[in-house]
Design a protein around this ligand. Sequence first.
Ligand SMILES: Nc1ncnc2c1ncn2[C@@H]1O[C@H](COP(=O)(O)OP(=O)(O)O)[C@@H](O)[C@H]1O
Ligand code: SF4
Ligand SMILES: [Mg+2]
Length: 335
Amino acid sequence: MDVHQRPRKGEELLRVEDLTVQFPVTSAVLRRQLGRVLAVDGINLQLAAGETLGLVGESGCGKSTTGLALLRLIEPTAGRILFHGHDLTTLNKSALRTLRREMQIVLQDPFSSLDPRMTVRAIIAEPLKVHGIEKGKARTRRVNDLLELVGLHPEHASRYPHEFSGGQRQRISIARALALDPQLLVLDEPVSALDVSIQAQIVNLLQRLQDELSLAYLFIAHDLSVIKHICDRVAVMYLGRIVETGTPQQVYHQPTHPYTQALLSAVPIPDPTQRGTKQRIALTGDVPSPQDPPSGCRFRTRCWKAQQRCADETPELIDRYNHGHPSACHFAARR
Ligand SMILES: Nc1ncnc2c1ncn2[C@@H]1O[C@H](COP(=O)(O)OP(=O)(O)O)[C@@H](O)[C@H]1O
Ligand code: SF4
Ligand SMILES: [Mg+2]
């Protein structure tokens, strides 16, 4: 199959099977490996063309590592990443380069992700240059079109990143990510570093671009409120594992995993008439270290429902009640 050919909306674009990423922990003094960080521990994900999958969890749970490993910007330790059915983990450099045109990433921090010494034109044109696409006037036109696409003026092209606000810089990052006309964007907390008033503007821009360009998004966020209205499906991650997946309706209104329930009870409820009707579940304690995660269920050290079985047996992510709503808890609530 031609990887540059766009699948129809709803057809499978990306499939991740048992993705695992471990980082070695080494001692410079002893010059040996002391252990390993289990950053991503055997996760499965699917993403269809034109769809948005939200990946949510607290800081340090492995979201960025997942996003970077999907593009092989970090080498996976194990697992398969199938894009259009091609396993990215086995591709050689030149085949991977061709495929990279179709998958791009937008990072959280628009201040550090743009080179301060480059003009906006040079930043946005860089991917075109690297892939030898369009030259001279055609390239200038393409950069101007991309600037307009993200709501900036072509006159901005000769300026430098420091002349822009956070929201505008994130628009520049998005224009750069779109330069090669990709099919998939990994959005790694694209609005977390922005003022709340700007966040909605960028989310709206991303939604408009998705409709116009038939993009698929893996939208990473550390809290559930940001992605509520943009996702087709949500995956909740805890300490390197996916603990619950479903539609926003299922995950937000009928969460079955205690961790999702706790995350949701931390989200402020905007409707004052609903305040106080929900039982608040406080997440106590810190996330354990991924160097030495708890046995069995990784959430058990913070779970109010934990029993002996939770320490002895690892709960699988399974769809117990056939609702298309898998949960990795021995005692997942029936909904
Ligand atoms: N290059 C690295 N070397 C060692 N540990 C890392 C590296 N990158 C990330 N980690 C660790 O992996 C875990 C997951 O990190 P990350 O994927 O950045 O989480 P998130 O994006 O959810 O905040 C964290 O414990 C982090 O400290
Ligand atoms: S398996 Fe046990 S510890 Fe894990 S979430 Fe379910 S009840 Fe809590
Ligand atoms: Mg991160």
